[in-house]
Design a protein around this ligand. Structure first.
Ligand SMILES: CC(C)(COP(=O)(O)OP(=O)(O)OC[C@H]1O[C@@H](n2cnc3c(N)ncnc32)[C@H](O[C@H]2O[C@H](COP(=O)(O)OP(=O)(O)OP(=O)(O)O)[C@@H](O)[C@H]2O)[C@@H]1O)[C@@H](O)C(=O)NCCC(=O)NCCS
Ligand code: ADE
Length: 281
């Protein structure tokens, strides 16, 4: 039972929290095949970035996740987290020559690391309930205000235009897709005995099936988002990555996504967040 394990192990340090975030972003990058997304061997639907771009970004961010966990441990206000995130985004853009590889991950995993830091400072391990309660109690009002602010990003603007739930809106609700879909999907896949790769692929597809991924909406409109969600539902319904032709089916979907310039970046970040929590145990 995770609960007993959660009570038995000591709370993670900010260094352990932050390191798990960097490793989780690599877990996501290294997963293959991934429809429309960048892997170690494939650019997906991206002419402007590849694995090298993501690796440079990853290295530029490794101190950020530790720092924001420390801010969480210090019970810092949202403004301090935001300033830390914006500085990290500048370091990411400097490392990638201006390419947006992890803006959403800086936001999502940054908030999660801060929440885990806040819990750890009280001797508590990062459980789903503890993380969601901390997000809401510590920074919920600021996140709700942020979600109401017009977005400067193409995805956020698409979300507003199409009535979708943006990354900011997910955060203001304490990441329902992460904690109610992605984390349970990863745990269920592992309990079925799936290896890390297929388990993470099933998690990615389960997330794609339900997330209002604003990258998909920005790139393919509502039709593109609904196409991707339908493909993901069909993939899971057909048995997911664990079936004999699962990886071939996922690779075939990749060609469909690239033909439509679709890339589920929001689902990729949500998968990374599920890998982060899995790494922290
Ligand atoms: C904090 C913000 C980032 C919130 O942004 P907002 O809510 O306004 O806009 P969204 O587009 O909804 O989200 C921004 C990024 O988050 C990922 N994402 C998309 N949908 C969701 C979702 N439903 N739930 C969670 N996360 C979501 C996604 O990021 C990933 O994809 C990007 C790479 O893909 P790509 O297609 O290349 O993206 P683009 O470059 O935009 O497109 P092209 O030009 O290539 O066509 C990459 O970012 C991944 O991480 C969304 O892109 C925003 O308010 C902000 O930046 N605030 C300032 C910083 C701050 O306050 N930080 C706080 C630290 S605690
Ligand atoms: N592997 C990936 N490819 C494209 N966009 C992403 N956003 C986050 N991870 C990504």
């Amino acid at each position: 039972m995770r609960t007993s394990r959660a009570l038995a192990s000591p709370a993670p340090s900010p260094q352990e929290i932050g390191r798990a975030a960097t490793l989780a972003l690599h877990d996501e990058l290294a997963l293959s095949p991934k429809p429309g997304l960048v892997t170690l061997t494939d650019r997906g639907s991206h002419a402007d970035m590849d694995a090298h771009t993501f690796m440079r970004s990853l290295f530029a961010l490794r101190s950020y996740f530790v720092r924001i966990a420390e801010l969480g441990a210090a019970q810092a206000p949202f403004e301090a987290l935001e300033a830390c995130g914006i500085a990290a985004e500048a370091r990411m853009l400097a490392a990638t020559q201006g390419i947006n590889t992890h803006r959403g991950a800086i936001f999502m995993l940054g908030l999660l690391c801060a929440s885990a830091g806040s819990l750890a400072a009280r001797g508590l391990r990062p459980t789903v309930d503890g993380l969601r309660h901390t997000l809401t109690q510590r920074w919920g009002e600021a996140l709700a205000r942020r979600a109401l602010r017009p977005s400067a990003l193409p995805g956020g603007q698409a979300a507003s235009r199409l009535g979708l739930r943006s990354a900011s809106a997910e955060a203001a609700l304490a990441f329902p897709t992460l904690f109610e879909t992605a984390v349970p999907a990863l745990r269920a896949a592992r309990s079925r005995g799936l290896a890390s790769g297929p388990a993470r692929l099933d998690t990615l597809f389960a997330t794609m099936a339900v997330l209002d991924d604003c990258n998909l909406a920005h790139r393919g409109g509502l039709a593109g988002l609904r196409f991707a969600q339908g493909c993901a539902r069909d993939f899971i319904a057909a048995g997911g990555a664990g079936r004999p032709d699962g990886l071939a089916a996922a690779a075939a979907l990749g060609a469909e996504f690239v033909a439509r310039n679709l890339s589920p970046g929001g689902a990729a970040d949500t998968l990374a967040a599920a890998c982060w929590l899995d790494r922290l145990g």
